[in-house]
Design a protein around this ligand. Structure first.
Ligand code: TEU
Ligand code: CA
Length: 578
């Protein structure tokens, strides 16, 4: 990599979910002053930047991913001036800041949509996607059979103007019509330039591959005959004008020297990815692919699955596939992450919460995995202290996310409240719901975990285990998950050619319990050995390490026999080339 490589290539980026990070005024909702007050802590982790989830004005049907005004801030979070303060405070500490760019849809309360729905002749009618009903035997039906990502039809009838509008996500999230050049220009000005002018360093771009829909709006093929509405990814993801739109966007980013990380769901063909991230194409700096975090989820319905429905060979195959993108032969770049605000906690999915020891060991093992892979590293708030899913005993009423609520209601309706089906849905949500990432951050052992004042009612219930698992306790424990992450991020930064940029190769793709892989560069390589089980396993590290001088960079157990790994043990070795 050239000495002028962009700042983000070897960077570690910390994701913040404003509602759940830190409440500064006791209303039970996290806010911008709360985040500003924690910047010293964030800096102490050794990250290069933060990504702030949507803080824009919003009626909050989808936690701010339904924006009613791009140029204002949701009042409970603070003000535009608070964001300006946050930008300056990050820059003063030598950190960068990314905002979330949500431009596939707006809120139904955005002024543009309010105007658009007034009548078929509204000058903004064409800013959203309106279509007439189709009638079958005199019965009014939506224009096609597309299923919304949050369940139900992707079309909503507007009685006043007598047409349907498209919403790939919630009813309250109408899709913008990107075919209209005026719409695009308004989006660029209001959602992007307004904030770029304030000095932000880039954007995480929500659902970056859905702006160009197949304009036939034809029915999706029926792959789920039991249900009325069909998944229609192939007709609204990666559509015909996608790259044209992203080149436009890319020009604006270039002007402000801003980076982007695009969210790229439902792109199963890895060959489609380089087009988005190639440096020559000047579209996006990098993308999040979902191969790894989608593991164990239902294919058509995300929660139609059972807990821990995955195998290690499946996981390693997905990792190998996504790592290809940064193997140095392409001019693109990629990302490494195990958590975000849409995913359950990684320890609950792939590690162990059985005992305090297995929790700590597996938290560190998973940290070694994600931090040793190539691409820009993303760490989600709470991941650095090993936060886990909400307890399985929690009632369904503790789940606040519309995705969880809609799915549970859907099962209740379709399965006519069949207790077996409901129990299965509950188990899947207890394992995979987005809510788990949204529990308040656990700062200390005081009531409400120091997230908000002791008397306040947090917007989402605090995890019962906060007294044992919190930042304060881990700060003073040299063996803690938190201090392990700090060390790991330091080592990653010191070895960029091996961690962020090394060429990944799996040594034994079919092994069911131990994951050993290598990361190569011209003068050295890493050997990473991770035990994914709760039992000791035998390994042959001697043959991997022999003949070169090596040293252990990171490990989570004291002893280092070369022929075995304890439960959830992990080690990262650095070997010099002869
Ligand atoms: O998510 C987009 C997305 O495509 C889904 O895969 C998402 O993971 C969802 O959780 C499916 O259950 C983005 C945001 O990250 C998410 O929080 C928003 O709800 C969504 O867009 C709509 O803006
Ligand atoms: Ca608050």
């Amino acid at each position: 990599m050239s000495p002028q490589a962009p700042w983000w290539k070897n960077a570690s980026i910390y994701q913040i979910y404003p509602a759940s990070y830190k409440d500064s005024n006791g209303d039970g909702i996290g806010d911008l002053p709360g985040i500003i007050g924690k910047l010293d802590y964030i800096q102490s982790l050794g990250v290069d930047a933060i990504w702030l989830c949507p803080m824009y004005d919003s009626p909050q049907y989808d936690m701010g991913y339904d924006i009613s005004n791009y140029e204002d801030v949701y009042a409970p979070y603070g003000t535009v001036a608070d964001v300006e303060t946050l930008i300056t405070a990050c820059h003063d500490r030598g950190m960068r800041i990314l905002l979330d760019l949500v431009i596939n849809h707006t809120s139904h309360e955005h002024a543009w949509f309010k105007q658009s729905r007034t009548s078929k002749d509204s000058p903004k009618r064409d800013w959203y996607i309106w279509r007439p009903a189709r009638y079958e035997n005199g019965v009014r039906r939506p224009p096609n059979n597309w299923r919304s990502i949050f369940g139900g039809s992707a079309w909503e009838w507007d009685e006043a103007s007598r047409e349907y509008y498209l919403h790939l996500f919630a009813v309250q999230q109408p899709d913008l019509n990107w075919e209209n050049a005026d719409t695009r220009a308004a989006v660029y000005e209001s959602a992007m330039k307004f904030w770029l002018r304030k000095g932000i360093d880039g954007f995480r771009v929500d659902t970056v591959n859905m702006y160009s829909k197949n304009q036939s709006f034809r029915d999706a093929p029926i792959i789920d005959p039991q249900h009325e509405w069909q998944p229609a990814w192939s007709l609204y993801c990666n559509g015909p004008r996608m790259h044209e739109f992203l080149r436009e966007l890319g020009q604006i980013l270039l002007e402000y020297n801003a980076m982007t990380v695009g969210e790229l769901p439902n792109t199963p063909q890895i060959a489609d990815v380089p087009g988005y991230v190639s440096a020559k194409a000047q579209q996006l700096s990098m993308v999040f692919q979902f191969d790894v975090v989608d593991i164990g989820q239902g294919t058509d319905l995300r929660f139609n699955t059972v807990p821990r429905n995955w195998t290690l060979p499946d996981l390693r195959e997905r990792i190998a596939r996504t790592q290809q993108l940064s193997d140095g032969t392409a001019d693109g770049w990629s990302t490494t992450f195990l958590e975000n605000h849409d995913q359950a906690r990684s320890i609950s999915r792939w590690g162990s919460e059985e005992t305090p020891e297995s929790w700590q060991r597996s938290a560190k093992m998973l940290a070694m995995l994600v931090a040793s892979l190539s691409g820009t590293l993303y760490v989600y708030q709470g991941q650095e202290i090993g936060m886990v899913n909400a307890p399985v005993e929690w009632e369904i009423s503790e789940y606040k996310d519309l995705d969880s609520i809609n799915y549970y209601d859907f099962v209740r309706t379709v399965a006519k409240s069949n207790p077996v089906a409901l129990a299965k849905a509950k188990a899947a949500l207890a394992h995979l719901a987005r809510d788990h990432a949204r529990l308040p951050m656990q700062w200390d052992a005081t009531p409400n975990a120091g997230f908000t004042s002791e008397e306040a009612k947090p917007w989402m219930r605090v995890h019962d285990g906060y007294a044992a698992l919190n930042v304060k306790r881990q700060t003073v424990d040299s063996n803690s998950v938190l201090n392990f992450w700090r060390e790991l991020l330091r080592v990653r930064r010191e070895n960029p050619k091996l961690f962020a940029q090394g060429v990944f190769s799996d040594t034994d793709p079919s092994h069911e319990s131990v994951f050993v892989y290598e990361k190569g560069s011209t003068d050295a390589k890493l050997v990473v050995a991770l035990n994914f089980t709760g039992k000791a396993q035998s390994v042959d590290l001697a043959s991997r390490l022999s003949g070169s001088s090596y040293k252990t960079l990171v490990k989570n157990c004291e002893e280092e026999p070369l022929d075995s790994l304890q439960a959830y043990e992990g080690r990262i070795y650095r070997l010099e080339k002869q």
